[in-house]
Design a protein around this ligand. Structure first.
Ligand code: DX5
Ligand code: ZN
Length: 216
């Protein structure tokens, strides 16, 4: 039997007018983390929520936060999220010049640090940072919007990344984000995924618990 994966529902697909309710419901439905997509309108062509809204969500969440920063000025945003103390704070490799320094700044503040790769970014770029990080987040859609289709090459990339992760840092979690559903979860598990983000699949269902259980 394939192992169980951790499920991190993306609040991007929740009803933004009822965020408190939505996060309470999805936590009660048995998720492991709550995925928060922060966008600045520059790194990606969309805007979502800043630290004050995320703080309000955190007050209603009974599960730890998994924050995904899709921003250009990464060090500035990292500092805005420090006192919220998410479980994971993940930054895009494409947006950071001094990645090693920033990762250790996050970790020195007691937060687990993740690195995110866009669909076109090679996993090979992680060779010298993997030993230092807690999570790799693979984008399986172009970041910016929920409800897009899974990019098929992401599966091969995940398999290669898993080999590299097992060699360099077996404790580092592998997470995937974009277009995850009950249609591709079996293939993702077979490829070695530890944790999945799912937005539209969970929030468009009328039974969050059932949707989450179907991904496990
Ligand atoms: C996209 C975000 C994702 C997105 C996933 O930029 O990073 O977290 O909300 O949504 P679905 O699961 O609908 O692809
Ligand atoms: Zn995300």
């Amino acid at each position: 039997m394939a192992k169980q994966v951790l499920v991190s529902p993306s609040m991007l697909s929740a009803d933004f007018a009822r965020l408190g309710d939505e996060v309470e419901r999805v936590c009660a439905a048995g998720c492991d983390f709550v995925h928060i997509d922060v966008m600045d309108g520059h790194f990606v062509p969309n805007l979502t929520m800043g630290p004050d809204i995320v703080k309000s969500i955190a007050n209603h969440a009974t599960k730890p936060l998994d924050v995904h920063l899709m921003v250009e000025n990464v060090p500035f945003f990292v500092d805005l999220f420090m006192d919220i103390k998410p479980a994971f704070l993940s930054v895009h490799i494409e947006a950071v010049t001094h990645l090693h320094r920033l990762i250790w700044h996050i970790k020195d503040n007691g937060i687990k640090a993740g690195v995110v790769l866009n669909p076109h970014t090679s996993e090979q770029l992680l060779e010298y940072i993997l030993p230092d990080i807690d999570l790799v987040l693979l984008m399986s859609v172009n970041p910016g919007f929920g409800g897009q289709s899974f990019i098929p090459q992401s599966l091969e990339k995940l398999k290669r990344l898993k080999i590299m992760r097992d060699r360099l840092n077996p404790a580092c979690l592998l997470e995937i984000d974009g277009g995850v559903s009950d249609k591709n979860i079996a293939a993702l598990k077979n490829a070695g995924i530890d944790m999945v983000v799912a937005g539209s699949f969970i929030f468009s269902s009328n039974d969050y618990a059932k949707a989450i259980a179907s991904l496990r």
